[in-house]
Design a protein around this ligand. Structure first.
Ligand code: SF4
Length: 364
């Protein structure tokens, strides 16, 4: 039957826990707040109507898992600034095009005659550089552990082939420090993390060990099919019910304990880990990537002598709070009124992986 406010969640079985075979009293009588931290999860959850089949006692939140949404305003402005440089062709993933910067977007600059091209991979950008030796090609590098190794591979290739008219502005981010930053924020309350499948292929289960050990939040790596997500949610409910948080892998067919050490080694070869600014969250220690000194000639900001300027987020946009699980899209006063997919105010409505866009597309 449906879960009623104030009732303990009923589950059919508990994991065989040698520590305690006696059912413990349920600690939480409020709603369970479970957060996914992956844009693909966001889309899949909404596309398959998962919120509508869950009992009322479970609330799903979209955390900082959409690469475009977490990109700081200052990085968006830097991408736009790069498009304004002489002789430059900016190459980007499509979702970044319409994110409003301080004074314009990549799309507006393209409409105004600047060269901005959509690419599907960093290697398309590299090819553009080879095909246009008299132009400067800049790639807008956003994305998590899933994307970073590919960009690292492209930098290594550009270096080996001495492709000098290619550079990147690196706004890459890594996932585990963001989970830690959320747990360190007093007003944030999360009863479980549904961890990202693709990112975990690279990090492995071990990638989250440190954060899990420090904060002891129920954590389950999940795949993207509706059954994968439901299984992940179920495991998080069981953990909450038993009172024993665990770091579990519900995506065994793709994710191993060690992940992909070769990809991580390539990341480490090209990039150093540095503090990075996330939209809404602010600076998170050791959560971003910067090109190593050896590859600094591929740094677009250095090449064109641009320094990122801190800019406020669009007025009234609650993207930052949404990414931290403090608000839902419906709690943003602009949602569906001033802010729609056709006229987006913030990145959470631009990116198809953003919580506001997914909510708008599937819930309205
Ligand atoms: Fe920002 Fe628009 Fe989402 Fe509101 S609805 S949080 S303005 S993206």
């Amino acid at each position: 039957g449906a879960w009623m406010e104030g009732e303990p969640l009923k589950v059919e079985s508990l994991p065989d826990n040698p520590k305690d075979h006696v059912q413990k009293p349920v600690r939480k009588k409020r709603r369970l707040r479970l957060m996914e931290v992956c844009g693909t999860h966001t889309m899949s959850i909404f596309r398959h109507g998962i919120p509508s089949v869950l009992p009322r006692g479970i609330e799903l939140l979209s955390g900082p898992g959409c690469p475009v949404c977490v990109t700081a305003q200052q990085d968006i402005d830097a991408f736009v600034e790069l498009a304004l440089q002489k002789n430059v062709i900016v190459t980007t993933f499509g979702d970044l095009m319409r994110v409003p910067g301080r004074s314009s977007s990549l799309q507006q600059e393209k409409a105004g005659g600047r060269e901005v091209r959509i690419v599907y991979s960093v290697f398309d950008a590299l090819k553009t550089a080879q095909q246009n030796p008299d132009r400067e090609i800049v790639f807008c590098a956003v994305g998590f552990e899933t994307t970073i190794p590919t960009v690292a591979a492209a930098i290594l290739m550009a270096d080996e082939q001495q492709i000098e008219n290619f550079s990147i502005h690196c706004a890459h981010k890594i996932t585990p420090p963001a989970l830690a930053a959320l747990m360190e924020t007093p007003e944030v309350s999360i009863d479980g993390f549904l961890l990202p499948g693709h990112v975990s292929v690279i990090t492995g289960t071990d990638g989250y060990k440190e954060v899990f050990q420090r904060y002891q939040v129920p954590s389950v790596i999940a795949g993207f099919e509706p059954v994968d997500i439901l299984r992940g949610i179920y495991m998080l409910v069981l953990q909450n019910h038993s009172g024993y948080p665990l770091l579990e892998n519900a995506y065994e067919r793709a994710v191993s304990k060690e992940g992909n050490p070769k990809a991580r080694q390539m990341m480490a070869q090209v990039f150093d880990t540095v503090d990075a600014v996330w939209r809404g969250i602010g600076t998170i220690p050791l959560s971003g990537m910067v090109l190593k000194e050896k590859y600094i000639h591929f740094d677009a900001l250095k090449k064109f002598d641009i320094s990122p300027v801190e800019t406020p987020e669009p007025a009234g946009c609650a993207c930052g709070e949404i990414l931290m699980g403090l608000k839902t899209p419906l709690q943003c006063a602009l949602y569906g009124k001033k802010c729609t997919p056709v006229h987006p105010v913030g990145p959470c409505m631009v990116s198809s992986e953003g919580a506001c866009a997914a909510h708008y597309k599937y819930m309205v």
